[in-house]
Design a protein around this ligand. Structure first.
Ligand code: DSN
Length: 402
């Protein structure tokens, strides 16, 4: 056990001493971590509250009912399934509830910011369903008219929206109108923006989509896991049987308890203030990089894309590695019209969900922009860059105190 404890200690130090700019990461509260590390992990509870395949479920039944109620209150919807172990499993169950095997899904081109489960050849999704794609326009934005034309031509069973690297607000009402015109169903994977939706800082997909899926650990700041929402009494039955017994066995009741706490935390004014600050920090950093002469996208949410190839003459992979060497964690990402492969990419995805949880201010976001710009353009040394990282992170909350 010593080796694992030593590695957890090292990972704790890495998280505390680094600047975490991976747009899909966050730090959950110690209350959420306490639930996730609780004795609930000992309990088998296949089935759903009141309908389990095991005895002794009276307390986990109550916990799961609370989690479902809190999810429904937070996102103002009628039904929730809180059992998916991840966003990928939530998406798998949603597809199964929406259409038969071989059904046709219209989703975003993967290199434009879609997810592997949105039809990648290396994911189950393209094996079981037929995927066709819509692109972003040359500015990296959604062109709803083009989406409509492709949908009318392709006649999909489902239009899927919600993305992994899209820095703008999505107009779910417009997508619903297209679905109604085409006569198809609407699915939204809101994993990245769930916290913004919870805080009412982004249009909610819930009133428009037939099924909304999410993860709970990104901007929502909960434990690592998945979630499915719907307003349809018919679809929730199909979703429930798709999650268990079709795709999953025993639910992780310790994680479900942690999700319940996360949903309660996200339904507070403090969380709304956090999301407002997160969005402001993201904008400050992207604007500052642009003012310094770098090619960064605008942003309406928690992330933006930085074109490192044209700004600094290095690929996204090289930029990611260089920043990692001074304790700044990002991930390489395709940018609109990227000519390089996804393994290399021309840019980085940068997000402020994690650092804002630790207390990053607008001024810190400005300092981070200057650090990225100066370091990637070789204006400052490794030592100077590490000093900036140290002075920022030493002022922020320790991740174990969050
Ligand atoms: N892997 C996640 C991300 O980084 O966006 C998506 O699930």
């Amino acid at each position: 056990m010593e080796d694992i404890l030593r590695l957890i200690k090292q990972e704790t130090e890495r998280q505390n001493n680094g600047i975490e700019l991976i747009a899909s990461e966050n730090y959950c509260s110690k209350e959420v971590r306490a639930m996730a590390g609780s004795i609930l992990t000992n309990k088998y509870a296949e089935g759903y509250p009141g309908r389990r395949y095991y005895g002794g479920c009276e307390f986990v039944d109550e916990i799961e009912r609370i989690a479902i109620k809190e999810a429904c209150d937070l996102f103002e919807c009628k039904f929730a399934n809180v059992q998916p172990h991840s966003g990928s499993q939530a998406n798998a169950a949603a597809y199964r509830a929406l259409m038969p095997n071989g059904g046709k899904v219209l989703s975003l081109v993967l290199n434009d910011g879609g997810h592997l489960t949105h039809g990648s050849p290396v994911s189950f999704s393209s094996n079981f369903y037929t995927f066709v794609h819509y692109p972003l326009n040359s500015e990296g934005k959604l062109d709803y008219q083009m989406l409509r034309e492709i949908a009318l031509r392709e006649k999909p069973d489902v239009i899927l929206s919600g993305y992994s690297a899209f820095p703008y607000e999505i107009d779910f009402k417009k997508i619903r109108e297209i679905c109604d015109e085409v006569g198809c169903l609407m699915m939204v994977d809101m994993a990245h923006i769930a916290g913004l939706v919870a805080a009412k800082k982004h249009m909610s997909p819930v009133p428009y989509a037939d099924i909304v899926t999410s993860t709970t650990h990104k901007t929502l700041r909960g434990p690592r896991g998945g979630l499915i929402l719907t307003n349809s009494a018919d679809l929730i039955k199909k979703i429930n049987s798709a999650v268990f017994p079709f795709y999953q066995g025993g639910p992780l009741e310790h994680i479900i308890a942690a999700k319940a706490v996360c949903f309660k935390e996200a339904n507070t004014d403090a969380f709304k203030a956090y999301v407002a600050s997160l969005m402001e920090n993201t904008k400050v950093c992207s604007n500052a990089l642009k003012e310094m002469g770098a090619l960064a996208t605008d942003t309406d949410n928690h992330l933006f894309l930085l074109n490192t190839l044209d700004s600094f003459g290095i690929t996204g992979l090289e930029a990611q590695k260089k920043l990692e060497s001074i304790g700044v964690t990002t991930n390489k990402n395709m940018i609109p019209g990227d000519k390089l492969s996804p393994k290399e990419t021309s840019g980085l995805r940068i997000g402020f969900a994690a650092v804002t949880t630790r207390g990053c201010t607008k001024q810190d976001a400005q300092t981070i922009a200057k650090l990225i710009f100066d370091y990637l353009s070789n204006k400052i040394s490794d030592e100077q860059a590490k000093e900036v990282v140290k002075s920022l992170t030493s002022n922020w909350k320790n991740i174990e105190e969050i």
